[in-house]
Structures are given as structure tokens and as C-alpha cells.
Design a protein around this ligand. Structure first.
Ligand code: ATR
Length: 280
């Protein structure tokens, strides 16, 4: 990849802390290059989020991904969050546009995490009227939960800690189940949003493998390793499996499309992610 940065180059990036391990620059720069766009995507490690948003406005940055720990705390500093991002209470994407009237910059926030998850699932299953069990009650569970409701699915939150699980279920307006009572429930889809099974604890699994035949599709948002123990056991149980690269890819494609208005080059972006993951 040869970067051709010129006076006209549009600047995009990712703001978070830390950002040194992010896979997003590889994915977005590969897409810009493949589409022959005069754009570049750079990492920006940020601690002061209000100053960072002021900086984005002042520097004419066109768009950024927003990651941990800023997805929620950034909202008061942007001009507008789209409806679902506001409901989720988190944005992972900013689009900066110039106001045609007074040339001021308008900062809009979106959440493509749920869009990415729905798109990944939609490749394998129709979401309307199905039942989806989400394991975990953190930020990812919240985004995916609201997204699945949006798509017309019935959602059940399963969590280890009852209090946080019940709180999220109340926000989404869905059912809650204790993680250790999973055997009483069937669902079309099971999604792991916890970090259980992630390197270096890749021998861990969030559910008893004996319960996996209760589900048709099993998705893991963990992408290191790509084939988590959950997905290996799910495949053995006859489930369709969706690895964490899918959500990463599709949330990124949705960002690219928000920023550029053109269809994201899926194969190029997937290959860039696969290459990065292999070389880790
Ligand atoms: P994120 O915001 O990235 O989604 P998070 O807020 O750290 O992540 O949420 C982590 C979720 O994974 C929580 O629901 C947590 O369960 P608790 O509420 O019981 O803490 C869940 N989780 C993490 N490690 C777990 C483990 N070993 N077993 C079961 N659940 C776990």
C-alpha cells in the first residue's frame, strides 16, 4: 500500500485509548486505496474527548471511528446522535459536515456496531420474529440488543450478574435470564458479547457445549482467535457459526458508507483484516 498524501487528501481516523492495536486503519486504508479515493485513515490516541471533538472540527477531519473508552462520553460534545445511537447511548462513528449556511462544522454521531451485527446475521438468518439470546450486558450487548429489536427480533439477555442483566433488559424492554439457567430456553440465535474465550484464555467457553444444539446460529464477537472454543463446539453441535471478523468487517463497511456515500469494497476490507489478524 503506497499512501499518496496530498494537499487535497481527506483525513479520517479512529479516536480511542489505547488505539495501538486497532485493525481499523488496515481495513479503511485498503478500502480507500482500492476505490482510488484521495483519503487516509489514521489512529489518534485521545484522553480529553471534548478537546478532541473541538480538534476534529477545527482541523477539518471528515470522519472518525470512536472506540473505548469514548463511545458514551463523547455524546455531549457532538451536535446530533441518530435515533438508535441516542437510544443505545453510544456512538462508534462520527461524520463531520460543513453547514452550507454559515460554514460551521456539524458533527453527527452514529452507531454501526448494531448495523454490523445485523448485517452479519442477515447473511445466515432472517431476523424478523426470531428469538435471539445475547450473552453479556455490557456496551456491545446493549448495541446489539437495540439493533435486534429494531430488526423485529425477540431478545433475551443472559448475564452472570443479575443486577446488570436486569438493568439492560429493562432498557431494551426484553427478557432476562440468569446465565446458569440457559438450559431452559431455546432460541434461534446465540450471541456471545463477553470477552470469554479471547486470547490468552482461548480454552474458555461461556456456555456448556451440551446446550448448543438449542440454537441454530451461534455468533461470537471475539475475533482473537477467530475460531473460538464456542464456535468450534457450536459447529460440532451442527449450528451455523459466525466469527468475530464478520461484525468487525460489517461495522467498518457501514462506517465507510456513511463517510463516502458509496458501497464499501467488502472483499478488500475482509482481506485486509484477515492479513492483519494472521500477522498478529
Ligand atoms: P463491553 O462494553 O465491551 O461489551 P463490558 O462492559 O466489560 O464489555 O461487559 C462485559 C460483559 O461480559 C458483562 O456482561 C460481564 O458479565 P457481568 O455483568 O456478570 O460482569 C460479561 N463477562 C465478562 N467475563 C465473564 C465471565 N468470565 N463469565 C461470565 N460473564 C462474563
Amino acid at each position: 500500500l503506497t499512501l499518496k498524501i496530498k494537499g487535497t487528501t481527506n483525513i479520517y481516523g479512529i479516536i480511542g485509548n489505547p488505539v495501538r492495536h486497532t485493525l481499523s486503519p488496515a481495513m479503511h486504508n485498503a478500502a480507500f486505496a482500492a476505490m482510488e479515493m484521495d483519503s487516509v485513515y489514521i489512529p489518534m490516541e485521545v484522553t480529553d474527548i471534548s478537546q478532541a471533538v473541538a480538534g476534529l472540527r477545527a482541523l477539518g477531519i471528515k470522519g472518525v471511528s470512536v472506540t473505548v473508552p469514548h463511545k458514551e462520553t463523547i455524546i455531549p460534545y457532538i451536535d446530533k446522535a441518530d435515533d438508535i445511537a441516542a437510544k443505545i447511548g453510544a456512538v462508534n462513528t462520527l461524520l463531520l459536515r460543513q453547514n452550507p449556511d454559515d460554514k460551521s462544522v456539524i458533527v453527527e454521531g452514529y452507531n454501526t456496531d448494531w448495523i454490523g451485527a445485523n448485517r452479519a446475521l442477515n447473511n445466515f438468518i432472517q431476523l424478523k420474529d426470531i428469538t435471539a439470546m445475547i450473552i453479556g450486558a455490557g456496551g456491545a450487548a446493549k448495541a446489539l440488543g437495540f439493533g435486534l429489536i429494531e430488526a423485529g427480533a425477540k431478545v433475551i439477555i443472559a448475564n452472570r450478574t443479575e443486577k446488570t442483566g436486569l438493568r439492560l433488559a429493562a432498557q431494551i424492554n426484553c427478557d432476562f435470564i440468569q446465565l446458569n439457567e440457559l438450559k431452559s430456553v431455546r432460541a434461534n440465535v446465540l450471541i456471545n458479547t463477553t470477552s470469554v474465550g479471547m486470547t490468552p484464555d482461548s480454552d474458555k467457553i461461556i456456555v456448556d457445549p451440551a446446550l448448543l444444539p438449542q440454537f441454530e446460529v451461534v455468533m461470537d464477537i471475539v475475533y482473537s482467535p477467530l475460531q473460538t472454543k464456542l464456535l468450534r463446539e457450536a459447529a460440532k453441535a451442527g449450528c451455523t457459526t459466525i466469527d468475530g471478523l464478520h461484525m468487525l468487517l460489517y461495522q467498518g463497511m457501514a462506517q465507510f458508507e456513511l463517510w463516502t456515500g458509496v458501497k464499501a469494497p467488502e472483499d478488500v476490507m475482509r482481506q485486509a483484516l484477515e492479513r492483519k489478524l494472521k500477522n498478529r
